[in-house]
Ligand binder design. Sequence first.
Ligand SMILES: [Zn+2]
Length: 84
Amino acid sequence: MKKILFIVLLSGFSQITKAQSAKEKVKVLSTDTVKKVLEIDPVCKMKVKTEKAIQFIYDKKTYYFCSESCKKAFSATPEKYIKK
Ligand SMILES: [Zn+2]
């Protein structure tokens, strides 16, 4: 009788583990979403996080820069950095 109870507990435990691994997958997915928040600095080609980057709106489009000097370089001659 005790043995049966033990098996029930074990199978219950493995179900919990499965549920946890499903949660882990969700975490991985959300990490991918965070990666999409990276933009390329058109001046130095560095990847910058949009939330921390310096923004500059030109021609109705937002560009992101790693530093103030990159933004200045871009704002001086935007055509130089935009591919058309
Ligand atoms: Zn830069």
